[in-house]
Design a binder for this molecule. Structure first.
Ligand code: AMP
Length: 210
């Protein structure tokens, strides 16, 4: 299964993808996680994109497309993959169409108010990328990762100014992809909200894909 998870920041793409990758036995490829790991390891790419991520803007298409092209060429992607956070622009979607034939694009739908509520309470394990929410999906021990026990962090771009910017960027640059993929018959809708548990959203996703 070759699929894309589409939706605004905070829609739950990463959380569902973490469950879906085990269920379908395919890798979860998050371009945001790839950038963050490059930033953490202070690679050339990481240094180039650090300030862009902190502001909530988009990394240039050429850089992002090249990174995804390299990742999809790895052997674990042969059977399928979940792309989370890519494509985010029409040129990225065009480039992806030249690399692979997709089976489905899941469109996660959530209101803007709920996105703000989610992102501002989101916490992350810096080494594994595991995601929590202080109210909706808290860790077992306050402020610590369930498995590694590391201190959880708040992403720079989950702070108020950056959240607003990321939502504007989503509306302007990424939302048009819904119609782009509708025209190709690939869209599967999943309506989500803050009353649903991660397990319930995964179940809705599984049904939408079946
Ligand atoms: P995410 O974890 O998906 O919210 O991504 C975090 C940040 O990484 C975004 O706000 C962008 O700065 C950058 N990023 C991730 N994916 C892409 C992409 N497909 N195109 C451009 N920038 C991206």
């Amino acid at each position: 299964m070759k699929m894309v998870f589409l939706g605004p920041p905070g829609a739950g793409k990463g959380t569902v993808a973490a469950a879906a990758k085990d269920y379908y036995g395919i890798p979860h490829i998050s371009t945001g996680d790839l950038f963050r790991s490059n930033i953490k390891n202070e690679t050339e790419l990481g240094l180039k994109v650090k300030s862009i991520l902190a502001s909530g803007g988009l990394v240039p298409d050429s850089i992002t497309i090249e990174m995804v092209r390299n990742r999809l060429a790895e052997p674990d992607c042969e059977k399928g993959f979940i792309l989370d956070g890519f494509p985010r622009t029409i040129p990225q979607a065009d480039a992806l169409a030249e690399m692979v034939d997709l089976d489905a694009v899941v469109d996660f739908q959530i209101s803007a108010e709920e996105v703000v509520e989610r992102l501002s309470g989101r916490r992350m394990c810096p080494s594994t990328g595991r995601i929590y929410h202080i109210v909706f999906n808290p860790p077992k021990v306050d402020g610590k990762d369930d498995e590694t026990g590391e201190d959880l962090i708040q992403r720079e771009d989950d702070k108020e100014e950056a959240i607003k910017h990321r939502l504007d960027v989503y509306t302007q640059q990424t939302e048009p992809l819904i119609n782009y993929y509708k025209a190709k018959g690939l869209i599967r809708e999943v309506k989500t909200n803050n009353d649903l548990t991660p397990a319930q959203v995964f179940e809705l996703t599984r049904k939408a894909l079946s």
